[in-house]
Design a protein around this ligand. Structure first.
Ligand code: HEM
Ligand code: HEM
Ligand SMILES: [Fe+2]
Length: 451
């Protein structure tokens, strides 16, 4: 590392890994419940497990993005962080929000304040009152980054895109905090958060991280790499904003969205394709490749798997004619898993593998274990995606075409979850190896400072 304050990143990554382990635990609880083994039902009913699983996902990814930003912004701006003390305050408050949310999902202790238990708005399940805590936390985070950039010597395209993505993500959290009496309005604005995050501004955050990693890992000139970043940002905005329409097909809004949503969302894979081509081309072109092959593997992997999970599997159900049948089924879960994994989980994991040797001074990269972690996690996730996909198609056929009763179909699907659990086990072995690597690196220390 070049600046002492970059060490803050480590603790955000550590929180990230802890929450990932918890997320996986809840994944298994649901997987077994779906197989009919729902012994924990009294304490952890399915809706609690589901909300916990996906909210934990969002929080560990955000913690990963924050760690990445605390590492990247000082390095790009060529200055120490504006305040490490406040960064630690922000870390602790983030962890606190996470803990309060998880406990609340299970024990509904906030009923005493008259707050909703689990709001039933997928991904935005926390009570609106808690949203203010989230907002405060994120504002503090952004202020620290902004002050760092202002006092820094340089402002690069990479840091601007990363920071812009983070600010926009914070602003887009607000539409999810408004209360509506109408289900249609509520759904309409829920997508401003959920869709415009993952298919809009989070892509900028990913693009910023990818640019940074490619600059560091391939040795290709910054000018060349950042030119591609403009292309990615352009394609994202062109397709992603009006692409929101693929969630408006049959929810009770104007029919124009059938056409607008269909056309623009079908263009969305282009941004992900551009990222995959960008990473592969820069890798091929790079003559001074970094010895950290593990970080290179996760970086290229993220760019390629995000194209498959988000681009290809997104396209598979994005037209109104198919979405009419697949909406809200396990086809959605199939796409949700590989897209989140490829685009956002893997880029965070790439960042961690690049940053840890720099923070700790230990060069443990390119070992058998670190390669096995990558391949097993991916093999596991692809198997899980396949299990969800096959179950989803069976579900669509039985429930929506043959009109078999919902509950009966759910029973028929149980066998697919055995396959899911097998895939999830392989995935978890991969993640365990990754976390062993994480722990082996040990704590960050000042001896790792580059002179
Ligand atoms: C051991 C690993 C995991 C297992 C067994 C698992 C299992 C599940 C199950 C059973 C569901 C509910 C599907 C339904 O509605 O019936 C679910 C939802 C979800 N999981 Fe996982 N999961 C695992 C890991 C992950 C990871 C690593 C990610 C992200 C990278 C992830 C992202 C999601 C998302 C986004 C949803 C919601 C999908 C939707 O909205 O339809 N899961 N998971
Ligand atoms: C990394 C980027 C992406 C991620 C993380 C992601 C994740 C998800 C998740 C979690 C859902 C379920 C949301 C919910 O029901 O609340 C979803 C739905 C959907 N996604 Fe994506 N997605 C991404 C990109 C894309 C792209 C590029 C397309 C189109 C080409 C697409 C098409 C869709 C469609 C059509 C639905 C609605 C499914 C339904 O009606 O049930 N997604 N996505
Ligand atoms: Fe979307």
């Amino acid at each position: 590392m070049k600046y002492k304050s970059q060490k803050v990143a480590y603790w955000f990554f550590a929180l990230s890994m802890l929450l990932l382990v918890l997320q996986i635990t809840y994944g298994f609880i649901m997987g077994f419940a779906r197989m009919g083994m729902d012994g924990l039902h009294e304490w952890i009913p399915f809706n609690t497990a589901r909300s916990t699983h996906i909210n934990l996902l969002v929080v560990w990814l955000l913690s990963g993005f924050m760690g990445a930003a605390y590492y990247i912004i000082p390095e790009e701006s060529e200055t120490e962080l504006w305040s490490t003390k406040w960064a630690y305050v922000q870390l602790i408050s983030l962890a606190l929000v996470g803990v309060i949310t998880i406990i609340g999902f299970h024990y509904n202790f906030w009923a005493v304040f008259g707050w909703e238990a689990i709001e039933g708005r997928k991904f935005l399940e926390i009570p609106r009152q808690l949203d203010w805590l989230v907002a405060g936390n994120v504002i503090l985070f952004l202020v620290i980054l902004l002050m760092t950039m202002i006092k820094g010597k340089k402002t690069t395209t990479t840091s601007l895109v990363l920071f812009g993505g983070l600010v926009a993500a914070a602003l887009l959290y607000l539409p999810g905090m408004i209360t509506f009496d109408s289900q249609v309005y509520d759904s309409f604005f829920r997508w401003w958060v959920v869709h415009l995050w993952v298919e809009g501004v989070w892509e900028l955050i990913m693009g910023g991280m990818l640019a940074f990693l490619l600059i560091k890992l391939t040795g290709v000139d910054r000018e060349v790499i950042e030119k591609w970043l403009y292309v990615v940002v352009g394609l994202t905005f062109l397709s992603g904003i009006l692409g929101t329409g693929h969630h408006y097909y049959y929810i009770g809004v104007n029919n124009i969205w059938l056409i607008v949503g269909g056309i623009f969302s079908a263009l969305e894979p282009l941004a992900f394709l551009a990222m995959a081509l960008w990473a592969v081309n820069m890798y091929r072109k790079g003559e001074k490749k970094h010895p950290n092959k593990t970080a290179i593997l996760w970086t290229l992997g993220s760019a390629i798997v995000s194209f498959l999970g988000a681009g290809v599997l997104g396209l598979a159900h994005t037209l109104p004619q198919t979405n009419l049948y697949t909406h809200g089924t396990l086809v959605t879960a199939m796409h949700g898993h590989l897209a989140f994994w490829g685009a956002y989980a893997m880029i965070v994991m790439a960042m961690i593998m690049y940053v840890l040797p720099n923070l700790t001074g230990r060069k443990l990269y390119d070992t058998g274990r670190s390669r096995a972690a990558f391949w097993l996690a991916n093999l596991g996730m692809f198997s899980m995606t396949t299990a969800f996909g096959v179950a989803g198609v069976a579900q669509v056929y039985m429930e929506r075409i043959m009109k078999v009763d919902f509950g009966q179909v759910q029973n028929q699907l149980q066998v697919h979850f055995l396959v899911l659990i097998i895939g999830a086990t392989i995935f978890t072995i991969g993640i365990t190896l990754y976390i062993i690597d994480f722990l082996k690196y040990g704590l960050p220390n000042d001896e790792a400072l580059e002179s």
